[in-house]
Write a protein that binds this ligand. Structure first.
Ligand code: SF4
Length: 266
């Protein structure tokens, strides 16, 4: 369902590994500025430690997702012309990439919203904004840089919130905490069907054995959250990068369009 909105590093010029900055933290063992290539980026634009990112302390890379923006910017917007040896093009490309990444992320959520039977009453509006968002990704670099991304995101958000309401409408969850976040919360085995985790901090929360069907996970921070044997089969707006940043095991149930991260199966 989401193949064109998945990262394809083989067809990208390693844009996330160059354009974006990172700072020394729990997610990175060192720092670098935006526009500076990561020390682990190879000449072929692939990562030399791809299979050891967690072990080497690059957890931020594991939980990053470009939603296919990298290959789109590299191959469609810049038609296969890379950034090396072209300082002006590089500067522009590194500014265009994060904007297109945000547009692709919106497309990913909109595509899921469009696939749901619960959203029948707003399908026309979803289609319209999906097509408008696609059109924005096909503009010239100059037009993309002039885009009011916040205004467009706000328009998309109205429909994503409505999607969430329609999707969760038959669930009134009394187990959901009223406080602002769930950092370290013990919710083992709790019935959390239909919960709204929109933008919630759920770092290291224990959600093992919990029933999370029909919950909305948009923007939730699941770093080190324990999803072992949890049921996430029919959830809303859960991404591969959120799963990659969490813990789980072979008994965790996930949506068919996502994959269990390798570190869950070791
Ligand atoms: S560690 Fe690998 S994936 Fe992370 S920024 Fe560097 S090259 Fe990219």
């Amino acid at each position: 369902m989401f193949d064109e909105l998945k990262s394809d590093c083989e067809n990208c010029f390693g844009l996330c590994c160059v354009a974006l900055p990172y700072v020394k933290s729990a997610d990175f063992p060192t720092k670098k500025d935006g526009g500076e290539p990561c020390q682990h980026l190879c000449a072929n634009h692939l990562c030399s430690i791809h299979d050891q990112l967690r072990e080497k302390g690059f957890r931020g890379c594991v939980s990053y997702e470009c939603f296919g923006a990298g290959q789109h910017v590299s191959q469609n917007i810049y038609k296969g012309h890379e950034w090396r040896g072209e300082p002006e093009r590089a500067k522009e490309m590194f500014a265009v990439f994060p904007i297109v990444q945000q547009l692709h992320e919106m497309l990913w959520y909109l595509k899921q919203a469009l696939s749901l039977t619960e959203t029948q009453s707003i399908q026309a509006r979803l289609h319209k904004i999906y097509e408008d968002t696609v059109d924005l990704t096909t503009q010239t670099p100059k037009e993309i840089l002039e885009l009011d991304i916040v205004a467009h995101r706000n328009k998309v958000n109205v429909l994503l919130i409505e999607t969430s309401r329609l999707f969760r409408t038959n669930y009134r969850n009394n187990s959901q905490k009223k406080n602002l976040d769930y950092i370290g919360a013990n919710l083992k085995g709790v019935d959390l069907r239909g919960a709204d985790f929109r933008g919630k901090l759920m770092i290291a929360a224990n959600l093992s054995d919990s029933d999370l069907r029909k919950a909305d996970f948009i923007g939730a921070d699941l770093r080190d959250a324990d999803l072992s044997a949890a049921n996430l089969k029919e959830v809303l707006f859960l991404t591969q990068s959120q799963l990659n940043s969490a813990k789980g095991n072979r008994f965790t149930q996930i949506p068919s369009y996502l994959e269990k991260p390798d570190h869950w199966l070791k």
